[in-house]
Design a protein. Structure first.
Length: 302
């Protein structure tokens, strides 16, 4: 019997499985990575800020009678109370900003260039002062210049009068004084930072050539400080437009700003559409001024 061929008698070789190849995840394109990192903060911003703001805007178009219309805007913008609040807000903000710019520039000059004991301590106190709430400064002024404050108490003790003469805190001038007192350090802080980087060799050269202090300030210091001064002024202007605590705690009669009008319509009158209208107008003014400030500061090289 003939032997079968070896190819027919040999057992088939075991079939080996194909080697396992791990799946490769293609990385995101480089241009997509910044958007991926931006998603969490944008989501938080949309949840805690943009969504409530959208609700306010939506409520401003919904009168109490129902539906959606421009009636709340027509009613509020045509009211005398809104026009007075808008005018009071604007002139108080502009006057407070001007006062803060002048006072802050002078105080920053003294701290930075006039040697006196404790200058560094005062400079650090400016940083601490920025963390104080606005109502705390207002309460301090009330303790000093209020109707039953220390100044009026000292006056009645000396003269024997029934009342003291200091009653300006319940007027627009009291609000203006409180805002200037509170917001001046917001101008001083960027100015002190700018003065710290100023080349003192220019000041020494100008002084050796006979230039007096006012000319040195006008020709050397002020041009270098203009971007920082503009930054501080822009910040103070926006903050003053939205200030509510100072107006509330001074109790100034007849002084109604836009934030105070929002409070009055929402809490005292229960006019929520009207309050939302005033709030939207206030936000638009603040955002518009901030955009203008950015354009001016960019051109000034801030």
């Amino acid at each position: 019997m003939t032997a079968e061929p070896a190819a027919m008698t040999a057992e088939p070789a075991a079939v080996r499985p194909a080697p396992h190849r791990p799946l490769r995840v293609r990385p995101l394109p480089a241009r997509m990575r910044p958007w991926l990192w931006a998603l969490p903060p944008v989501g938080l911003l949309a949840l805690f800020f943009l969504y409530p703001l959208a609700l306010v805007v939506r409520q401003s178009f919904r009168p109490d009678t129902g539906g959606t219309s421009l009636a709340p805007y027509t009613e509020v913008l045509a009211s005398e109370s809104f026009r007075e609040a808008l005018w009071t807000t604007v002139w108080l903000a502009l006057a407070a900003t001007a006062g803060c710019v002048v006072l802050g520039f002078l105080l920053a000059l003294v701290i930075a260039f006039v040697p006196f004991p404790g200058a560094r301590t005062v400079s650090r106190f400016v940083d601490v002062f920025l963390s104080f709430p606005s109502f705390l400064i207002t309460l301090a002024l009330l303790f000093v210049y209020g109707t039953v404050g220390m100044a009026n108490g000292a006056w009645t003790s000396v003269t024997g009068a029934a009342e003291g003469p200091f009653r300006f805190l319940a007027t627009p001038w009291g609000v203006l004084l409180a805002e200037i007192t509170y917001f001046t350090p917001f101008v001083m802080r960027p100015l002190l930072a700018a003065f710290a980087q100023l080349d003192t060799a220019q000041l020494e050269a100008a002084s050796s050539l006979g230039a007096r202090a006012p000319r040195i300030v006008r020709r050397i210091i002020l041009p270098e400080a203009l971007p920082s001064l503009a930054a501080g002024a822009g910040l103070v202007l926006v903050l003053c437009l939205n200030e509510f605590g100072i107006v509330l705690f001074t109790g100034a009669k007849g002084v109604t700003t836009l934030p105070a009008l929002v409070y009055g319509k929402a809490i005292l009158e229960s006019d929520y559409p009207g309050a939302c209208v005033v709030a939207v107008v206030n936000v638009l003014i603040s955002v518009g001024l901030y955009g203008l400030y950015r354009v001016v500061s960019r051109r000034a090289g801030a």
